[in-house]
Write a protein that binds this ligand. Structure first.
Ligand code: DAK
Length: 259
């Protein structure tokens, strides 16, 4: 698939996915969401990619779903867009590789929700976050009512969604929406450092940790702990567990094989 609105690049063990519609501040129209869908499939199928970074071209990460396209939707088109978006964001959330959102600018509405479907968010000091949907007469539609509350807690998520206010990076850091804030020119470098640090660990163990965390957060603690046991036990059938522990005992560098 030829991409018009995104750029997908490989950098060593990393995939870098850039949303690239800067004239519309990278707003998500259905074509862009379909391209993200295809890119996530490609990344999932590539065993050499061990971590993913998502960012935006220009001054915006993603300024939301494309209002110009949405304003004339009838209910059939609205439902189609909703199904596509939710399916793609869930696919991204469940991708068996860690995903870092490097939020370079506006992350509003669907853009904030895109970052919330990623595992980790880091931001430029120029980033701005918000869920402005109620000001447009709609609710958040790509998981914002659910993932934001799971990330920053109920009270803060409700305040952000009900007020539609836009917050700056330092506030996003304070409420735990992002893990770190960097100067704009350092953001991608820091995202790559973080992604490479993760990629240097045992990929299967990282993958299973992600699945255990994501599944466990949805259910009661006994079921959640059972997911962890299973993940832990499963690691002992991997070559990388033998390698990691043997390298420690032999006091040498480890060399994981994703096996
Ligand atoms: N959609 C379409 N175009 C957008 C856009 C957006 N969300 N945001 C910006 N643009 C376009 C502007 O229209 C403008 O286009 P031209 O006039 O140059 O052709 C260009 O990007 C530059 O924007 P501005 O001139 O406004 O730039 P400023 O720096 O002055 O302002 C801003 C930046 C981000 C504060 C402002 O553009 C803004 O308020 N944008 C809208 C932000 C927003 O409200 N985002 C939330 C959208 S609602 C659903 C699932 C999900 C959703 C909905 C339904 N289903 C399940 C059905 C999600 C909804 C949303 O995300």
């Amino acid at each position: 698939m030829e991409y018009k609105n995104i750029i997908l690049e490989k950098k060593g063990k990393l995939a870098l996915l850039t949303i690239n519609r800067p004239k519309a501040l990278n707003a998500l129209n259905s074509e862009t969401v379909a391209e993200i869908d295809s890119a996530v499939d490609k990344i999932a199928a590539d065993d050499n990619v061990l971590a993913v970074i998502i960012t935006g071209a220009g001054k915006s990460f993603v300024a939301g779903a494309d209002i110009t396209q949405m304003k004339d939707f009838n209910s059939v088109e609205g439902r189609k867009f909703s199904r596509l978006g939710n399916r793609v964001f869930r696919k991204l959330e469940n991708l068996e590789k860690p995903v870092i959102a490097a939020v370079n600018g506006f992350a509003l509405g669907g853009g904030c929700e895109l970052s919330l479907a990623c595992d980790i968010r880091i931001a430029s000091s120029k980033a701005k976050f918000g869920q402005p949907e109620v000001g447009l007469g709609i609710t958040p539609g790509f998981g914002g009512t659910q993932r934001l509350a799971r990330t920053v807690g109920l009270g803060m998520a409700k305040e952000l969604i009900y007020t539609a206010k836009i917050i700056k990076a330092d506030e996003a850091l304070r409420i735990g929406l992002v893990n770190s804030v960097f100067e704009p020119e350092k953001l991608l470098e820091e995202a790559e450092n973080l992604a490479n640090t993760i990629a240097a660990n045992a990929p299967i163990a990282v993958r299973m940790s992600k699945a255990a965390i994501n599944r466990g957060i949805q259910c009661d603690i006994d079921t959640a702990i059972a997911y962890e046991w299973e993940a832990f036990a499963e690691c002992f059938s991997t070559e990388d567990q033998k390698e990691g522990m043997t390298a420690f005992v032999e006091k040498r560098e480890k060399c994981f094989k994703n096996k």
